[in-house]
Ligand binder design. Structure first.
Ligand code: PEP
Ligand code: MN
Length: 259
Protein backbone atom coordinates (compact mmCIF):
# COMPACT_ATOMS: atom_id res chain seq x y z
CA UNK A 1 0.00 0.00 0.00
CA UNK A 2 1.44 3.28 -1.17
CA UNK A 3 1.53 6.15 1.30
CA UNK A 4 1.59 9.68 -0.10
CA UNK A 5 2.25 12.38 2.47
CA UNK A 6 3.05 16.05 2.61
CA UNK A 7 1.68 19.48 3.31
CA UNK A 8 -1.55 20.80 1.84
CA UNK A 9 0.39 23.72 0.38
CA UNK A 10 4.08 24.28 -0.17
CA UNK A 11 4.88 27.21 2.12
CA UNK A 12 8.67 27.34 2.34
CA UNK A 13 11.77 25.28 1.60
CA UNK A 14 12.28 24.59 5.28
CA UNK A 15 8.69 23.41 5.76
CA UNK A 16 8.82 21.01 2.80
CA UNK A 17 12.30 19.68 3.63
CA UNK A 18 11.32 18.98 7.24
CA UNK A 19 8.21 17.11 6.14
CA UNK A 20 9.90 15.27 3.28
CA UNK A 21 12.77 14.01 5.47
CA UNK A 22 10.37 12.93 8.18
CA UNK A 23 7.87 11.08 6.00
CA UNK A 24 10.71 9.45 4.05
CA UNK A 25 12.18 8.25 7.35
CA UNK A 26 8.78 6.76 8.24
CA UNK A 27 8.66 4.87 4.93
CA UNK A 28 6.30 7.04 2.86
CA UNK A 29 6.51 6.44 -0.89
CA UNK A 30 5.57 9.82 -2.38
CA UNK A 31 5.58 13.47 -1.40
CA UNK A 32 2.53 15.66 -1.98
CA UNK A 33 2.18 19.44 -1.81
CA UNK A 34 0.27 22.12 -3.67
CA UNK A 35 2.06 24.96 -5.43
CA UNK A 36 -1.17 26.16 -7.04
CA UNK A 37 -4.01 26.03 -4.52
CA UNK A 38 -7.75 26.00 -5.27
CA UNK A 39 -9.00 28.04 -2.29
CA UNK A 40 -12.64 28.71 -1.45
CA UNK A 41 -11.82 32.39 -0.85
CA UNK A 42 -9.77 34.41 -3.35
CA UNK A 43 -8.12 36.14 -0.38
CA UNK A 44 -6.68 32.92 1.07
CA UNK A 45 -3.10 31.81 0.32
CA UNK A 46 -3.04 30.73 -3.33
CA UNK A 47 0.29 28.89 -3.34
CA UNK A 48 3.88 29.78 -4.25
CA UNK A 49 3.53 28.87 -7.93
CA UNK A 50 6.76 27.94 -9.71
CA UNK A 51 8.82 28.61 -6.59
CA UNK A 52 6.70 25.94 -4.86
CA UNK A 53 7.42 23.47 -7.65
CA UNK A 54 11.15 24.20 -7.34
CA UNK A 55 10.99 23.50 -3.62
CA UNK A 56 9.22 20.17 -4.25
CA UNK A 57 11.83 19.25 -6.84
CA UNK A 58 14.62 20.02 -4.36
CA UNK A 59 12.92 17.76 -1.79
CA UNK A 60 12.70 15.01 -4.42
CA UNK A 61 16.40 15.41 -5.23
CA UNK A 62 17.33 14.87 -1.61
CA UNK A 63 14.84 12.21 -0.56
CA UNK A 64 14.14 10.47 -3.91
CA UNK A 65 10.44 10.68 -3.14
CA UNK A 66 8.44 11.26 -6.36
CA UNK A 67 6.23 14.34 -6.15
CA UNK A 68 2.52 14.78 -6.84
CA UNK A 69 1.11 18.27 -7.15
CA UNK A 70 -2.11 19.83 -8.37
CA UNK A 71 -2.68 21.21 -11.85
CA UNK A 72 -5.13 24.09 -11.54
CA UNK A 73 -5.03 25.57 -15.00
CA UNK A 74 -4.00 24.70 -18.55
CA UNK A 75 -1.59 27.65 -18.37
CA UNK A 76 0.60 25.81 -15.88
CA UNK A 77 1.10 22.66 -17.97
CA UNK A 78 4.66 23.52 -19.12
CA UNK A 79 5.68 23.97 -15.47
CA UNK A 80 3.99 20.72 -14.45
CA UNK A 81 5.70 18.89 -17.28
CA UNK A 82 9.05 20.18 -16.03
CA UNK A 83 8.70 19.49 -12.30
CA UNK A 84 5.93 17.04 -11.36
CA UNK A 85 6.13 13.25 -11.34
CA UNK A 86 2.36 12.90 -11.06
CA UNK A 87 -0.35 15.41 -11.88
CA UNK A 88 -3.18 15.88 -9.38
CA UNK A 89 -6.59 16.98 -10.58
CA UNK A 90 -8.43 18.35 -7.58
CA UNK A 91 -11.99 17.65 -6.53
CA UNK A 92 -13.15 21.05 -7.76
CA UNK A 93 -11.85 20.33 -11.25
CA UNK A 94 -13.04 16.75 -11.63
CA UNK A 95 -15.52 17.83 -14.28
CA UNK A 96 -13.34 20.46 -15.93
CA UNK A 97 -13.33 18.41 -19.10
CA UNK A 98 -10.87 20.58 -20.98
CA UNK A 99 -8.38 20.35 -18.09
CA UNK A 100 -8.89 16.57 -17.90
CA UNK A 101 -8.04 16.19 -21.59
CA UNK A 102 -4.99 18.44 -21.26
CA UNK A 103 -3.80 16.49 -18.21
CA UNK A 104 -4.11 13.29 -20.23
CA UNK A 105 -1.70 14.69 -22.82
CA UNK A 106 1.14 15.65 -20.46
CA UNK A 107 2.61 12.14 -20.50
CA UNK A 108 2.68 11.74 -16.72
CA UNK A 109 0.49 9.69 -14.36
CA UNK A 110 -2.67 11.46 -13.21
CA UNK A 111 -4.17 11.39 -9.72
CA UNK A 112 -7.86 12.16 -10.17
CA UNK A 113 -9.78 13.21 -7.07
CA UNK A 114 -13.50 12.64 -6.81
CA UNK A 115 -15.61 15.80 -6.97
CA UNK A 116 -17.38 16.76 -3.77
CA UNK A 117 -20.78 16.06 -5.32
CA UNK A 118 -19.75 13.55 -7.98
CA UNK A 119 -21.18 10.07 -8.31
CA UNK A 120 -18.88 7.13 -8.88
CA UNK A 121 -20.17 6.98 -12.45
CA UNK A 122 -19.14 10.61 -12.97
CA UNK A 123 -15.70 9.90 -11.50
CA UNK A 124 -15.25 7.00 -13.91
CA UNK A 125 -16.32 9.19 -16.83
CA UNK A 126 -13.84 11.86 -15.75
CA UNK A 127 -11.11 9.21 -15.77
CA UNK A 128 -12.24 8.26 -19.27
CA UNK A 129 -11.60 11.85 -20.43
CA UNK A 130 -7.99 11.55 -19.24
CA UNK A 131 -7.60 8.09 -20.76
CA UNK A 132 -9.06 9.16 -24.10
CA UNK A 133 -5.98 11.35 -24.58
CA UNK A 134 -3.65 8.38 -24.24
CA UNK A 135 -2.92 8.43 -20.50
CA UNK A 136 -3.11 4.91 -19.05
CA UNK A 137 -1.64 5.69 -15.63
CA UNK A 138 -4.58 7.04 -13.70
CA UNK A 139 -5.17 6.72 -9.97
CA UNK A 140 -8.62 7.47 -8.54
CA UNK A 141 -8.93 9.15 -5.15
CA UNK A 142 -11.90 9.10 -2.80
CA UNK A 143 -11.61 12.23 -0.62
CA UNK A 144 -15.05 12.59 0.90
CA UNK A 145 -18.31 13.86 -0.55
CA UNK A 146 -20.80 16.48 0.59
CA UNK A 147 -23.76 15.08 2.51
CA UNK A 148 -26.18 16.43 5.13
CA UNK A 149 -23.67 15.51 7.85
CA UNK A 150 -21.78 18.46 9.30
CA UNK A 151 -19.64 16.82 12.01
CA UNK A 152 -16.93 16.12 9.46
CA UNK A 153 -15.75 18.41 6.65
CA UNK A 154 -16.95 15.84 4.09
CA UNK A 155 -18.32 12.31 4.43
CA UNK A 156 -15.71 9.70 3.55
CA UNK A 157 -17.50 7.32 1.17
CA UNK A 158 -15.64 4.16 2.04
CA UNK A 159 -18.12 2.19 -0.10
CA UNK A 160 -16.56 3.85 -3.11
CA UNK A 161 -13.50 1.64 -2.62
CA UNK A 162 -15.10 -1.79 -3.14
CA UNK A 163 -17.48 -0.36 -5.77
CA UNK A 164 -14.63 1.13 -7.78
CA UNK A 165 -12.63 -2.07 -7.43
CA UNK A 166 -15.56 -3.93 -8.98
CA UNK A 167 -15.95 -1.45 -11.79
CA UNK A 168 -12.41 -0.56 -12.82
CA UNK A 169 -8.87 -1.88 -12.81
CA UNK A 170 -7.54 1.59 -12.04
CA UNK A 171 -5.88 1.81 -8.64
CA UNK A 172 -7.96 3.49 -5.94
CA UNK A 173 -6.57 5.53 -3.07
CA UNK A 174 -8.23 7.35 -0.18
CA UNK A 175 -7.48 10.83 1.21
CA UNK A 176 -8.89 10.83 4.75
CA UNK A 177 -7.47 14.29 5.55
CA UNK A 178 -9.87 16.30 3.41
CA UNK A 179 -12.80 14.10 4.42
CA UNK A 180 -12.14 14.44 8.16
CA UNK A 181 -11.25 18.12 8.28
CA UNK A 182 -9.89 17.52 11.80
CA UNK A 183 -6.60 15.78 12.55
CA UNK A 184 -7.97 13.75 15.47
CA UNK A 185 -10.33 11.96 13.08
CA UNK A 186 -7.77 11.22 10.37
CA UNK A 187 -6.11 8.09 11.87
CA UNK A 188 -9.40 6.18 12.26
CA UNK A 189 -10.49 7.02 8.70
CA UNK A 190 -7.05 6.11 7.36
CA UNK A 191 -7.09 2.75 9.14
CA UNK A 192 -10.58 2.04 7.80
CA UNK A 193 -9.41 2.92 4.30
CA UNK A 194 -6.38 0.64 4.63
CA UNK A 195 -8.65 -2.24 5.62
CA UNK A 196 -10.99 -1.55 2.69
CA UNK A 197 -8.49 -2.73 0.12
CA UNK A 198 -7.07 0.53 -1.22
CA UNK A 199 -3.90 0.77 -3.25
CA UNK A 200 -2.81 3.81 -1.29
CA UNK A 201 -3.53 6.53 1.23
CA UNK A 202 -2.81 10.25 0.93
CA UNK A 203 -2.25 12.26 4.10
CA UNK A 204 -1.65 15.91 4.89
CA UNK A 205 1.20 16.49 7.34
CA UNK A 206 2.63 19.70 8.82
CA UNK A 207 5.40 20.29 11.37
CA UNK A 208 3.37 23.10 12.97
CA UNK A 209 -0.28 22.73 11.93
CA UNK A 210 -1.34 25.79 13.94
CA UNK A 211 0.76 27.96 11.64
CA UNK A 212 -0.23 26.22 8.35
CA UNK A 213 -1.33 28.53 5.55
CA UNK A 214 -3.96 26.05 4.39
CA UNK A 215 -5.86 23.11 5.87
CA UNK A 216 -4.03 23.31 9.21
CA UNK A 217 -6.87 21.78 11.29
CA UNK A 218 -6.69 18.52 9.35
CA UNK A 219 -2.90 18.26 9.11
CA UNK A 220 -1.27 15.47 11.10
CA UNK A 221 1.70 16.45 13.24
CA UNK A 222 4.97 14.69 12.44
CA UNK A 223 4.51 12.43 15.49
CA UNK A 224 0.94 11.54 14.56
CA UNK A 225 2.08 10.62 11.06
CA UNK A 226 4.84 8.36 12.39
CA UNK A 227 2.39 6.49 14.61
CA UNK A 228 -0.27 6.20 11.91
CA UNK A 229 2.26 4.95 9.36
CA UNK A 230 3.17 2.11 11.73
CA UNK A 231 -0.52 1.20 12.06
CA UNK A 232 -1.01 1.33 8.30
CA UNK A 233 1.98 -0.99 7.74
CA UNK A 234 0.46 -3.52 10.13
CA UNK A 235 -2.95 -3.31 8.46
CA UNK A 236 -1.39 -3.64 5.00
CA UNK A 237 0.47 -6.78 6.13
CA UNK A 238 -2.74 -8.23 7.57
CA UNK A 239 -4.61 -7.49 4.34
CA UNK A 240 -1.92 -9.37 2.40
CA UNK A 241 -2.19 -12.36 4.73
CA UNK A 242 -5.96 -12.36 4.30
CA UNK A 243 -5.76 -12.24 0.53
CA UNK A 244 -3.22 -15.11 0.50
CA UNK A 245 -5.41 -17.11 2.86
CA UNK A 246 -8.41 -16.38 0.61
CA UNK A 247 -6.56 -17.64 -2.46
CA UNK A 248 -5.47 -20.73 -0.52
CA UNK A 249 -9.09 -21.46 0.44
CA UNK A 250 -10.22 -21.06 -3.17
CA UNK A 251 -7.51 -23.44 -4.37
CA UNK A 252 -8.45 -25.97 -1.69
CA UNK A 253 -12.13 -25.85 -2.59
CA UNK A 254 -11.32 -26.11 -6.32
CA UNK A 255 -9.33 -29.27 -5.49
CA UNK A 256 -12.16 -30.57 -3.36
CA UNK A 257 -14.66 -30.05 -6.18
CA UNK A 258 -12.41 -31.87 -8.66
CA UNK A 259 -11.73 -34.88 -6.37
C1 PEP B 1 -5.58 18.89 -1.82
O1 PEP B 1 -5.26 17.72 -2.06
O2 PEP B 1 -4.90 19.70 -1.15
C2 PEP B 1 -6.92 19.36 -2.28
C3 PEP B 1 -7.15 20.65 -2.51
O3 PEP B 1 -7.78 18.36 -2.32
P1 PEP B 1 -9.30 18.32 -2.90
O4 PEP B 1 -9.19 18.72 -4.34
O5 PEP B 1 -9.68 16.89 -2.69
O6 PEP B 1 -10.10 19.28 -2.07
MN1 MN C 1 -5.57 20.45 1.48
Amino acid sequence: MVVIAGPCAVESREQVMTIARHVKGCGAHMLRGGAFKPRTSPYSFQGLGEEGLRILAAARDETHLPIVTELLSEDDIPLMARYADMIQIGARNMQNFRLLREAGRIGKPVLLKRGISATIEELLNAAEYVRSEGCEDIVLCERGIRTFETSTRFTLDISAVPVLRQRTHLPVIVDPSHAAGARELVPALARAAAASGVAGIMLEVHPDPGQALSDGPQALTLEMFAELKRDLDRIAALMQDLSHAGRGRKRASAHGAGA
